[in-house]
Design a protein around this ligand. Structure first.
Ligand code: AMP
Length: 279
């Protein structure tokens, strides 16, 4: 396994692998790896002749009041996990090399990134789209893997590769959860035991919605109100959004008469967590 911070080195390694006709698989991450990340990496390992994982906490996708500085970082542990998964190359750049002095070019998806997390985190998807485009230009993957946990992010990336003719296939894989139902997330590391229990309300909300729809409920407003009641009945929780949207356009639906995405974002204390399901 090669580990490098150098963009030039990644380019030269990838060039050689492409000459050998190897399929380049790529899993971009921000590190603090867990089984959610590893599910993507295991799938990529099966598909790819050469597997690249990037670890980069991207400053551009964090708002000024968000958790960039304190975001969990644990390279030693990540390296050991990636070694075990037989990853070929870890790209672990410095922010100053990704964003050199005078950096002034951004990639912005202008439709899918406007709703849901885009509303409450202005600039977030611009940061994501820009870094993913840069990473794709550096790694030149044939296939790149993303988790459905970040549903909107995956759709934005799919869109941008189509719109900008980036020759990478995008594979989107299922959400990995704890036994309790809590979706794995690097941010769960911030939660106290008590908060982790409180965070289960996310999964309970998804189940509540699914049951209501099973019983014939078709009104988004009714379902959103029920979920809001459930969340507001508990202490220390704050709703960021509860939305029922079309899974392709991410625009709110008026009626649940076909596949619909339920997406949630809540604060447990100061920690913002997201979850989603297709109903
Ligand atoms: P992050 O390190 O949070 O940027 O995540 C890197 C990739 O792992 C993204 O494509 C995420 O959607 C994916 N991911 C994170 N958590 C999970 C999870 N619980 N299940 C599946 N994929 C996940």
């Amino acid at each position: 396994m090669t580990i490098t911070k150098s963009i030039a080195k990644v380019r030269s390694i990838i060039k050689k692998q492409k000459l050998k006709n190897k399929i380049i698989g790529f899993v971009p991450t921000m590190g603090a790896l867990h089984q959610g990340h590893l599910s993507l990496i295991k799938k990529a390992r099966k598909d790819a002749g050469f597997l690249v994982v990037s670890i980069f906490v991207n400053p551009l996708q964090f708002g000024p009041k968000e958790d960039y500085r304190i975001y969990p970082r644990n390279f030693k542990k990540d390296r050991a996990l990636l070694e075990k998964e037989r990853v070929d190359l870890i790209f672990y750049p410095y922010p100053k090399n990704m964003y050199t002095a005078g950096f002034s070019t951004y990639v912005e998806e202008t439709s899918l990134s406007k709703s849901l997390c885009g509303k409450s985190r202005p600039g977030h998807f611009r940061g994501v789209a820009t870094v993913v485009t840069k990473l794709f230009n550096i790694v030149q993957p044939d296939i790149a893997y993303f988790g459905r946990k970040d549903y909107q992010q995956a759709q934005v990336i799919k869109r941008l590769t189509q719109d900008l003719n980036i020759p990478a296939q995008i594979r989107i894989l299922p959400i990995i959860r704890q036994k309790s139902g809590l979706a794995l997330s690097s941010r769960n590391a911030y939660l106290s035991q008590k908060e982790e229990k409180k965070a289960l309300v996310l999964y309970q909300s998804l189940r509540l919605a699914r049951n209501l729809v099973k019983q014939g409920q078709r009104k988004p407003h009714f379902i959103k109100t029920k979920i809001a009641k459930l969340i507001n009945s508990r202490k220390n929780l704050k709703i960021d959004y509860i939305e029922l949207v079309d899974p392709k356009t991410l625009k709110p639906v008026k009626k649940i008469d076909k596949k619909t995405l339920l997406a949630l974002a809540i604060f447990v204390g100061k920690i913002r967590l997201i979850d989603n399901t297709i109903i």
